[in-house]
Design a protein around this ligand. Structure first.
Ligand code: 5AD
Length: 342
């Protein structure tokens, strides 16, 4: 199979078979052509605007034990914190004043944040006229319904890997079927639904990644966030091979080709591996950046993987600096909420 013909086909039809995706992932000679095709499709379907989402990491307490994640319950080396609803609201207000139109509330699976605690907070944030994205893991249908009713618009829940055996190995005690149930509930409730995977987990094959991309398409995902797996020294996967940026960029570029109009962030995990990794991502299919507006100690302690806090430095002029960088590559900060336009 001629890989450049396959890339052309994907650019024109937004369809590829599993075998065709594997061929593209295997080939290294056509990487530049793949990234360029994804960049053209991004430009054609979602334009030059880069939407900014203000990310608030409001709790690092988590009941789960995912083997790759620094916030796993068994990791006693991380200082745990939980912001109060007042602190979270204050950060959302700051984001609003700075011009952000979306706030992302992300946290571990922390039982303290019941619907009774979260729904009043969501209503308060909603009154700031911002889109709200939640990223707080697996919940029953009723909770997702209550959050939606209180003003949540979007939800991020990575499937992490669609390889069931690998999923159950790396997420002990969790159920792949329940994760799928959550994603289907979120779609059913009308959330703009985001999912995604880790790229480079030990044991993950190119075929498995091809299946991941086809899963995104079947689900009708509105957003896809993915990044390289970065081994964390405080986890059982500490001795995994060094992470690479290129495979993650390739999966991202293929995702843009097959789901041409969705929102795709240049994720923070792309930054520590290569200087300007996220800019490269923005030129290979991505159209969203999620600046972390969490402050101080909390920011340091939301340690999913090493280098995370330093990768996206806290700066008072973050938006200005980003705007300058974006203009240097012919892009600009988006106005408006930046939802999925189908
Ligand atoms: N490297 C990269 N990403 C990670 N995540 C968790 N641990 C790591 C790691 N070691 C990702 C997961 C999760 C998201 C919030 O962070 O995919 O869904």
């Amino acid at each position: 199979m001629d890989v450049s013909l396959l890339i052309q086909k994907a650019e024109q039809t937004h369809r590829l078979t599993e075998n065709e995706i594997v061929h593209i992932l295997q080939d290294e000679a056509a990487d530049a052509a793949l990234f360029a095709a994804a960049d053209r499709v991004r430009k054609k379907y979602v334009g030059a605007e880069v939407h900014l989402r203000a990310l608030i990491e409001f709790t690092n307490i988590c009941r789960n034990g995912c083997l790759y994640c620094g916030l796993r319950a068994q990791n006693s080396r991380v200082m745990r914190y939980r912001m109060t609803p007042e602190q979270i609201l204050a950060l959302a207000e700051k984001a609003s004043r700075e011009g952000y139109k979306t706030v992302v509330l992300q946290g571990g699976e922390d039982a303290y944040f019941s619907t009774d605690v979260l729904t009043p907070l969501l209503r308060q944030i909603k009154s700031l006229d911002m889109a709200i994205t939640l990223s707080i893991g697996e919940r029953p249908y009723e909770d997702y319904a209550a959050f939606k009713e209180a003003g949540a618009d979007r939800y991020l829940l990575r499937i992490e890997t669609t390889d069931r055996a690998l999923y159950e190995k790396y997420n002990p005690g969790m159920s792949f079927d329940n994760r799928l149930r959550c994603l289907h509930d979120l779609k059913h409730l009308g959330y703009e639904t985001g999912t995604g995977v880790l790229v480079g987990l030990p044991g993950q094959t190119l075929r498995s990644l091809a299946k991941d991309i086809l899963f995104f398409q079947r689900l009708g995902a509105d957003m896809i966030g993915l990044g390289p797996f970065i081994p964390n020294p405080d986890t059982p996967l500490k001795n995994a091979p060094a992470p690479q940026l290129t495979p993650a960029l390739k999966v991202m570029a293929l995702t843009r080709l097959l789901l041409p109009d969705i929102n795709i962030p240049a994720t923070t995990a792309m930054e520590p591996l290569e200087p300007d990794g996220r800019l490269k991502a923005l030129q290979s299919g991505a159209n969203v950046i999620m600046p972390n507006i969490t402050e101080g100690e909390e920011r340091k302690n939301y340690a999913l993987y090493p280098g995370k806090a330093a990768a996206a430095p806290d700066s008072p002029n973050l938006r200005e600096e980003l705007d300058k960088k974006l203009r240097s590559i012919g892009r600009r900060i988006g106005t408006g909420y930046g939802g999925h336009k189908k």
